[in-house]
Design a protein around this ligand. Structure first.
Ligand SMILES: [Zn+2]
Ligand SMILES: [Zn+2]
Length: 120
């Protein structure tokens, strides 16, 4: 599961494509998740990512957005909680290989601890 931290200097690109998170805005801000896999994030989604964690499914492209405070408050694991609290002020889009939408059969086993963090 790659963790993508969007930095300011990565916003200077010429190509424009539809935002992978909201699928509405066109943006030039993008990051390379893995070789050949580009994720575009528009300005309004970047602003939203300051107060929300964003999970993006690499399988079907569905984005899951959860308020950071809610996610942190619900975590039981102290180590995991600490890790997420360190991310509280960062802009993070986390890529996941499959989600409940595109692979409901294997997702419960795959997501494991993440599942409790993602579910509201
Ligand atoms: Zn967007
Ligand atoms: Zn999916």
């Amino acid at each position: 599961m790659p963790i993508i931290i969007i930095k300011e200097e990565e916003t200077m690109f010429e190509e424009h494509a539809k935002c992978n998170i909201c699928k509405k805005e066109y943006t030039s801000t993008h990051v390379e998740v893995s070789p050949g896999t580009i994720v575009y994030v528009c300005q309004s989604c970047l602003d939203m990512a300051k107060t929300n964690f964003i999970w993006l499914c690499m399988g079907c492209g569905k984005a899951y957005i959860r308020p950071k405070q809610l996610v942190i408050n619900r975590l039981k694991d102290p180590e995991l909680k600490k890790a997420y609290m360190l991310c509280e002020d960062m802009v993070i889009v986390q890529g996941i290989d499959v989600c409940i939408e595109c692979d409901p059969e294997t997702i419960s086993a795959y997501m494991g601890s993440l599942h409790t963090a993602v579910e509201c």
